[in-house]
Design a protein around this ligand. Structure first.
Ligand SMILES: Cc1cc2nc3c(=O)[nH]c(=O)nc-3n(C[C@H](O)[C@H](O)[C@H](O)COP(=O)(O)OP(=O)(O)OC[C@H]3O[C@@H](n4cnc5c(N)ncnc54)[C@H](O)[C@@H]3O)c2cc1C
Length: 461
C-alpha cells in the first residue's frame, strides 16, 4: 500500500471529496458503521462527494489492484473490510422530487428521512422501512420491507432505474423497462456488481395512516400469537403488520413502562380508510385489553414511531427465517427461544412480519428477490456485547432452525441478516439456477471481484 499512497495525491486532485488515511483524525469515525460490532480496517477511505468521485476512485482501485468496500449510510450488514479502499457515500445525499411524475431521484448516501420529508410536502410517501434513519439505496438493494409493503410491494418493486459505476469505472443506467439483466440483479443482490450512485423510485399517495402498537404482557404471548395468525388470514392488503415477541433491555434508551420487560406486541400500519383500520384493530382489542394501546391516526411522515428503532448505533446480531405455516410446533419454538423459562434470554426481538399482498403479486421476472411466497418473515435480533453473547445468540437461533428444519422455507430475507451470514451464504438467498445467472452477470460487470466485500457471487464463465 506504501507505493499506492504516493499515487494518492493524483486521485485527490481529481475528486471533490476527501481521502482519509489511518493517521488522519477523522479516519476512525469514517470507518465506523451503525453495527458497532463490525470492525472495518480499510487501508484508506474515500469520502465521495459525487458520481465523478466514485468513477475516479473505481478507476484508481482498478489501476492499483485494490478491492473496494462500499458503505452508503452504514446501517447495513457488511463484512469487515480488511485493507483495500472503503468508499463512503454518505456525502452524496441529494434528493429531488418530481411531484407530477410521483418519483424521487435519490443519491446513495441519502437517508429515508430526507425523502420522507420532501415527499410529504406533496402528500406522497416512499416505501421506507421501520426507520427513516436507514439509507434508501442500501435498503432497496436488499428488498426493502416496510409498512406499506402489502399494499405497494417492496421498495425494489418501485424502482425505475439504478445508476451504477461498475468495475470498469463506467457509469451505467440499469432500467426496469429495458428488461435489463443488471437491473434484475441489482434488485435484491445489489452489492455484488458495482457502486450504485443513485436511483429513481416511485412514490405513493399516502399521507394519513392508522398505525401503532398494541402491547400485551408476555404471559399473553401464546394466545396473542394464535389470535394474530387468525387475524392475518383476513387482512386486506392495506394492512401491513408484524407481531413482536420482545425482551426490552433494562437500559435508559428504552422508555418506561417497557424498560426491562418481556412483552408481546402487534404493530402495523393501515393505509386506507381510517375507520376501516380502526375496525380491524378492534378485533384484537375486543379479544383482550392491551397494557398499552398506541394505534392512532398519524401522518405517514411519523412512521418511525411504529417501531421506534434506536437512532444511536448499537451492537446487535440479526438473522431471519421464513415460514408458510406457523403451526403449533413453530409457535412453541419461537416462544421458547424468545422467553426462556429461566435465565437470561439472548433474544431482544422476534418479529414476525406478515407477508403476502403486493409482495407476492409483484412481477417476479423483474427482480432477483426470492422471498415472494413466504407467508411470514421472522426477524430475530439479539444484543451482542461480546463474543460470549454472540455465541449465546447464535446457539439459540441454531437451536430454533434445527428444531424447525422441516417447517422453514429454504430462502431467507437479505436485509435482515448480519454481514458474514448474508454475504458468505448466497445459497440461502437464491435458488441454484438464480445464483448461476447472477454468476454470469458478475463476470460481465465485476470479473476480478473488486467488490468482494459485497454479496459473494461466484463468477460463472
Ligand atoms: C435500525 C434499522 C432498521 C431497519 N429496518 C428495516 C426494515 O424495516 N426493512 C428492511 O428491509 N430493512 C431494514 N433494515 C435493514 C437495512 O435495510 C439494511 O441494513 C440496508 O443494507 C441498510 O442500507 P445502508 O445504506 O445503511 O447500507 P450500508 O451499511 O451502507 O451498506 C450495507 C452493504 O450494502 C451494500 N451497499 C450499500 N450501499 C450500496 C451501494 N450504493 N452500491 C452498492 N452496494 C451497496 C454494500 O455491500 C454494503 O456493504 C434496518 C436496519 C437498521 C439498522
Amino acid at each position: 500500500m506504501e507505493n499506492i499512497r504516493i499515487e494518492l495525491h493524483r486521485l485527490q486532485s481529481k475528486i471533490k471529496g476527501k481521502i482519509l488515511l489511518p493517521e488522519d483524525k477523522d479516519f476512525d469515525s469514517a470507518r465506523a458503521t451503525w453495527d458497532v460490532a463490525t470492525d472495518h480496517r480499510p487501508a484508506l477511505i474515500v469520502l465521495a462527494a459525487n458520481a465523478k468521485d466514485v468513477i475516479e476512485t473505481i478507476k484508481f482501485a482498478g489501476e492499483v489492484g485494490q478491492k473496494v468496500t462500499v458503505i452508503s449510510t452504514g446501517h447495513g450488514p457488511t463484512r469487515p473490510a480488511s485493507g483495500g479502499i472503503m468508499l463512503r457515500l454518505s456525502g452524496m445525499d441529494a434528493v429531488r422530487i418530481d411531484k407530477e411524475a410521483r418519483t424521487a431521484y435519490v443519491e446513495a448516501g441519502a437517508k429515508w428521512s430526507k425523502v420522507l420529508e420532501m415527499a410529504a410536502v406533496y402528500g406522497l410517501a416512499p416505501l421506507m422501512g421501520s426507520s427513516s434513519d436507514v439509507g434508501a439505496v442500501g435498503y432497496t438493494l436488499g428488498g426493502g420491507l416496510g409498512w406499506l409493503a402489502r399494499k405497494y410491494g417492496l421498495s425494489l418493486d418501485n424502482v425505475n432505474y439504478f445508476d451504477i459505476v461498475t468495475s470498469d469505472a463506467e457509469l451505467k443506467r440499469a432500467e426496469r423497462d429495458s428488461c435489463d439483466d443488471l437491473f434484475w440483479a441489482l434488485s435484491g443482490a445489489g452489492s455484488a456488481f458495482g457502486v450504485v450512485v443513485s436511483m429513481e423510485i416511485r412514490l405513493v399517495p399516502e399521507n394519513i395512516v392508522y398505525a401503532g402498537n398494541l402491547v400485551y404482557g408476555h404471559e399473553d404471548a401464546k394466545m396473542l400469537l394464535d389470535k394474530y395468525i387468525e387475524w392475518t388470514e383476513e387482512l386486506p392488503d392495506e394492512m401491513s403488520s408484524a407481531m413482536v415477541l420482545a425482551n426490552f433491555p433494562d437500559l435508559p434508551i428504552v422508555p418506561e413502562p417497557l424498560r426491562g420487560k418481556s412483552v408481546a406486541m402487534v404493530r402495523g400500519c393501515f393505509a386506507g380508510n381510517i375507520e376501516d383500520g380502526e375496525r380491524i384493530v378492534n378485533k384484537l382489542r375486543e379479544w383482550r385489553e392491551p397494557i398499552l394501546d398506541m394505534w392512532s391516526k398519524i401522518p405517514f411522515s411519523m412512521a418511525d414511531t411504529i417501531s421506534n428503532d434506536p437512532k444511536e448505533p448499537i451492537p446487535v446480531s440479526v438473522t431471519n427465517v421464513t415460514i408458510d405455516e406457523l403451526n403449533e410446533k413453530a409457535k412453541a419454538a419461537l416462544l421458547k427461544m424468545t422467553y426462556r423459562d429461566e435465565g437470561y434470554s439472548p433474544i431482544l426481538f422476534t418479529e414476525i412480519y406478515h407477508m403476502g399482498g403486493s409482495i407476492a403479486s409483484s412481477d417476479r421476472s423483474e427482480s432477483v428477490f426470492a422471498v415472494r411466497d413466504a407467508k411470514y418473515v421472522v426477524k430475530i435480533m439479539g444484543l451482542v456485547l461480546g463474543d460470549g453473547s454472540r455465541d449465546f445468540f447464535s446457539a439459540a437461533v441454531t437451536g430454533l432452525k434445527d428444531e424447525l428444519k422441516d417447517e422453514l422455507n429454504s430462502e431467507v430475507y437479505p436485509n435482515f441478516l448480519e454481514g458474514l451470514e448474508k454475504f458468505n451464504h448466497p445459497g440461502r438467498l437464491y435458488p441454484v439456477d438464480t445464483l448461476e445467472k447472477l454468476g454470469r452477470i458478475k463476470v460481465r460487470f465485476d470479473p476480478d471481484n473488486m467488490f468482494e466485500n459485497g454479496l459473494e457471487i461466484g463468477p460463472v464463465q
